[in-house]
Ligand binder design. Structure first.
Ligand code: GAR
Length: 205
């Protein structure tokens, strides 16, 4: 990725948007090197969109149910994102897989944060799966999105201890505290330094 002085971020969300909020807060510092230019979602009525509204940002919603096929939805989502000319697209709690058209348009510029230590526990239930497996540590992974489910090259990871009395909510909340720090740190470095991918190895600079 090139290193524009102020990288343009489009953030896609589906839920409460605490990761989005962490990015918005970080972008308040001119030294951070990035700014959120738009927020998109696959559903409406979510707190993440309210956060974007409060920040005065343009938002768009592309629901799968509004389209006659997943391919059409994917193209429309790609069009909406591309219209904001992003340097980086951040999937921050976006609970849909993006498809081939989206990736063809934006590949190499899309990162996703996942609440587990890849390659363990891919999919939408990472914290529950880690708890059920009985692992002693889990965490979060930021990766460059490819055509698989949470399989792309790893940008950053953070580790969280699983406590004996954790349930899915307490574990996921603890993961999210570490995840937000990791996301802000890694996206800032991607924006300021750029990055390369060689044999799956992501390097800043
Ligand atoms: C985050 O933990 C993120 O990793 C997860 O949803 C949460 C969103 O929290 N994403 C996935 O599980 C995607 N497979 P937030 O809405 O408060 O940022």
């Amino acid at each position: 990725m090139a290193t524009p002085s102020n990288a343009r971020l489009v953030v896609l969300v589906s839920g409460s948007g605490t990761n989005l909020q962490a990015l918005l807060d970080a972008c308040g510092d001119p030294e951070y090197g990035a700014r959120v230019v738009a927020v998109g979602a696959d559903r409406d009525g979510i707190e993440a969109l309210a956060r974007a509204d409060r920040a005065g940002l343009p938002t768009f919603v592309r629901k799968l149910s509004q389209f006659s096929s997943r391919e059409q939805w994917d193209r429309a989502l790609a069009d909406s994102v591309a219209a904001f000319d992003p340097d980086l697209v951040v999937l921050a709690g976006f609970m849909k897989l993006v498809g081939p058209d989206f990736l063809a348009r934006l590949e190499g510029r899309v990162v996703n944060t996942h609440p587990a230590l890849s390659p363990s526990f891919p999919g939408t239930t990472g914290p529950a799966d880690a708890l059920a497996y009985g692992v002693k540590v889990t965490g979060a992974t930021l990766f460059v999105v490819d055509s698989g489910v949470d399989t792309g090259p790893v940008v950053a990871q953070c580790v969280v201890t699983v406590e004996d009395d954790d349930d899915v909510d307490t574990l996921h909340e603890r993961i999210k505290v570490a995840e937000r720090r990791m996301l802000v740190d890694a996206v800032g470095r991607m924006a300021r330094e750029g990055f390369t991918i060689t044999d799956r190895k992501v390097r800043f600079g």
